[in-house]
Design a protein around this ligand. Sequence first.
Ligand SMILES: Nc1ncnc2c1ncn2[C@@H]1O[C@H](COP(=O)(O)OP(=O)(O)OP(=O)(O)O)[C@@H](O)[C@H]1O
Length: 607
Amino acid sequence: MPVRIGRHLRCTLVRTREADHPLRALWRRYDAYRGRFVAAVAMSTLNKVADVVPELLIGAAVDVVVRGDNSFVGEVLGVDSRFAQLGWLAVINVVVWVVESLSQYVADVLWRGLAQGVEHDLRVEAYDHVQHLDLGWHETRPAGSTLATLNDDVNQLERFLDVGAPAILQTTLNVLLVGGVFAAASGQLLVLAFLPIPLIVVGSLVFQRRLEPLYARVRTAVADLSGTLSANLSGIATIKAFTAEDRERDRVSAVSQAYREANTAAIRSSAAFVPLVRMAILGGFTCTLLLGGWATLRGELEVGLYSVLVFMTQRLLWPLTDVAEVLDLYQRGRASASRILGLLEIPVTVPAGTATLARPVRGRIELRDVRAGYGDGPDVLHGLDLVVPAGETHAIVGATGSGKSSLLRLVLRFDDPRSGQVLFDGEDVRSLDWDSLRGSMGYVAQDVFMFAGSIADNIAYGRPGATREQVRAAAEAAAALDFIEALPDGLDTWVGERGVTLSGGQRQRLALARALLRDPAVLVLDEATSAVDNETEAAIQRSLKQATARCSAIVVAHRLSTVRHAHRIWVLDAGRIVESGTHDELVARDGAYAALWRVQTGEPVGR
Ligand SMILES: Nc1ncnc2c1ncn2[C@@H]1O[C@H](COP(=O)(O)OP(=O)(O)OP(=O)(O)O)[C@@H](O)[C@H]1O
């Protein structure tokens, strides 16, 4: 099965399939929240009903005052006294207000809980998916852009669920409840008061269509801005060193301006909707006020009912002015949902296998006719055959760009080869689960990363349950204990996110300690000692000799003195193995390795 290395830039996927509505897809994905959603809808419905009742009570009170003994309330309750009727109305009002307030509280808690639950789950799920995507994908996509999706887009969606969704529900309920009252009172007024609604609905649909691409543009602009900012902050030392501050400010300003323009365009369009809605509302309100008033004067409508209808028109129509804002939230939420789901749809191209290795893991690595490359680019490794028997230390050397790190990436299965096989203890690495494969390896990368935490935390990163003594022993084996103990808090010294308080060589030694503490079957070192001085390197070599007595090691090094004692040295040139053998054999052969050796040491060949 030919598989390609890395680079799966699938920005196109960030916009999900048109046919599948992102919010509907979200609904399907989070079925665990459906119960809470139904409860929130029920509570909002109760709240809305309780909200409409006081208006009816006002009408009833006017009816009591105007019609006295014949009032609607008097007939329903069988109470003659107007004072008693008003008293009853007051009691009902208090009960309704209590129900209204309580249901409002419960509905708020439910909606907010729902929104935050979905926000949390979605963020964690998206993050987890992102961390399983292959390394090549991460390398070709600005980290800031992924961050914008994980953070900003998830927040937008939360805002829609928290504010937008209940608002849509309340507006719909309003229309239904008030419509019911109007229908009971007067069919003609129902038609007139509701005339603006189709206009608003059609307007909403038209605006929604216009707004959709505008908000998609806003989300893309946010991702660009976030990507630029995060890249610049990571490269701040380079910006300073090359006095590029002004240039970078202009670049950030241009990206920020693009965001501003995208937002302005969206806001201009969505805000234009408000006056349209208001004009429609004015029409409906004027009809009820005038025609209802005239009907009351002609005696065709009760005064109490007229006052209810006027209040109701207010209640029905004014909340519709919020439709524009809700539409705005909806579109933002939809665009964000689309981006998050797009991220979740990106396939994991280097999935874990299911096989486990027999224990104890021996640590034999073999590459069989391996061809590999990045994305759609040319091959960078051309049919490599290489074996590292269990327990041996092998070195990979060669000019810069010859493919040494690419080879290590295949061993760790950061990428898969385009053809050929990588075998670990005889098993194809594609068939192994991560625990068997990477769990048996200790890796020190060229660019060492330290997490925010103490030195001890960083060393124990690959083996969280390690004892203090084990951490100290690993630090000692990596020739790191002396400098650690010289620090004010020793092993408890806090190192920043990137270990910026440490020198390059110190960081490398901590990374080595971290790898050794795992007690790996295979130690993979990519220029692990390039930043230490000769004396420290000699100390590390002595420790490594002990450490690698128990495991296999694949060591990439430019400094050939580092790998001189390896069991075998493989010389790479432009992605091909051109020589292999022990140091002495290779020097004796007087080929590429011998030439490199001479350049580095000035030693005459054959010595
Ligand atoms: N992530 C990547 N995406 C695309 N091409 C890459 C990537 N990493 C390396 N390459 C290319 O693959 C080739 C081999 O690079 P590699 O890093 O494996 O060489 P190397 O021998 O480790 O170099 P160095 O000694 O400088 O670390 C180079 O041509 C490089 O441009």
